[in-house]
Design a protein around this ligand. Structure first.
Ligand SMILES: Cc1ncc(COP(=O)(O)O)c(C=O)c1O
Length: 379
């Protein structure tokens, strides 16, 4: 991957859990696409469609879907979750189970169903057995469980196989917001019995904002009513003279009109890099870096770790706090870190660092040193 990452030397980038920097090849793909548009318009549209197909296949391999037909390309994670929420045929008294640590995208959409008599139950993940808490919240009226694979603030990684198995045994649909793990960790939609998986490209997948993959298992897909219509979502898309239509059997049924070709070119390039690197190596690289950070934090008496310390609970996010310090202190520290070039986030009441597999260990060490130094000089 030499030369693929070219961040300026004054940027210590530890914010892949927010918006990631692109690899060079992604920028090159966008430049080439732009240049083609300028010089040839859509003369090469057939080639663009090949890139679109290639992206669906890359996405299929990334989530280990049974078929590329199970992948829709949508706008973002929130849109994918909304397709599930407004596609299911809810009955008064149905429940959805989620957690108390979710990013708003995976809460608001379910709360919005309240008017239809659908209740959201949020399991408390702060105990020793977060999956147990989620399973305990399920009952005979639970239709769907929707969780993030990795929690955005604490970095807690859930055991999706255990959760998906529990859902399958009870006939409950299982929906995963995978934006905080896809591209950082290996993922297996079949092994974890996921019915729906959605993630935008702009975090660990190293792509642009505004293009996302949405996986649906065929049997689950059949349960989703459609809420958007157009020429592109029908079985015989492109046959404009045809009067009769039916929704495409594939996940393309969720794509009503013209695709985001620009985003598709960028995302395809980004996923090609992850595939070349090999997701096993990417995952090992991410975990090595978060382990390095976690060990350094645990060795520093002034710090407390917000992220769970058990290796199986970690992914790419490490959040820490200064002991005895309040929210204002951390908000101020966050601002100072950003001024010193440390791209990080203020989450979970502390500082969130999120390195990717290509992040230099010197950057991690320096960012932690700076946090300690800035905190000390703050008194
Ligand atoms: C867990 C999680 N879900 C969803 C989102 C937002 O996704 P999108 O903008 O693709 O809808 C974020 C962004 O931080 C997130 O952390």
């Amino acid at each position: 991957m030499d030369g693929e990452f070219a961040l300026d030397s004054d940027v210590l980038y530890l914010n892949h859990a927010a918006v990631a920097p692109w690899p060079r090849r992604t920028a090159a793909a966008v430049r080439t696409f732009a240049e083609q548009n300028v010089r040839r318009g859509s003369v090469d549209y057939a080639q663009w469609l090949k890139t679109e197909r290639a992206l669906r296949h890359r996405a299929q391999r990334l989530v280990n879907a049974g078929s590329a037909d199970d992948i829709a390309l949508v706008k973002n994670t929130s849109e994918g979750l909304s397709l599930v929420a407004y596609g299911l045929d809810w009955h008064d008294g149905d429940h959805i189970v989620s957690t108390n640590q979710e990013f708003p995208s995976n809460r608001i959409v379910w709360e919005s169903l309240q008017g239809r008599g659908v209740a959201l139950r949020c399991a408390d993940l702060s105990g020793d057995d977060p999956e147990g808490a989620i399973i305990a919240a399920m009952d005979a009226r639970t239709r769907l469980v929707s969780v993030s694979s990795v929690q955005y603030a604490t970095g807690l990684r859930l055991d999706l196989v255990r959760l998906g198995t529990a859902c399958r045994e009870r006939g409950i649909l299982f929906c995963v917001d995978a934006i905080q793990s896809l591209g950082a960790l290996r993922f297996d939609a079949q092994a974890c019995h996921a019915d729906f998986v959605v993630a935008d490209a702009h975090k660990w997948m190293l792509g642009p904002e505004g293009v996302a993959l949405f996986f649906s298992r065929p049997q689950a897909r059949a349960q989703l009513g459609l809420t958007q219509y157009g020429w592109h979502m029908v079985e015989h898309a492109g046959d404009f003279e045809r009067a009769e239509w039916r929704p495409a059997a594939s996940a393309r049924r969720f794509e009503p009109g013209s695709p985001n070709m620009l985003g598709i070119h960028a995302m395809e390039a980004s996923l090609s890099l992850l595939e070349e690197a090999g997701m096993e190596n990417v995952e090992a690289g991410v975990l090595a870096r978060t382990s390095r950070l976690i060990e350094a934090i645990l060795a520093e008496p002034a710090l407390e770790l917000v992220t769970p310390r058990e290796p199986a609970r970690r992914a790419g996010i490490v959040t820490f706090r200064f002991r005895g310090r309040d929210g204002d202190f951390h908000a101020q520290l966050y601002r100072q870190l950003m001024e010193h070039g440390v791209m990080c986030a203020h989450r979970g009441g502390g500082i969130r660092y999120s390195p990717h597999f290509h992040t230099g260990t010197d950057i991690i060490d320096e960012a932690l040193r700076l946090a300690l130094e800035l905190a000390r000089s703050a008194g």
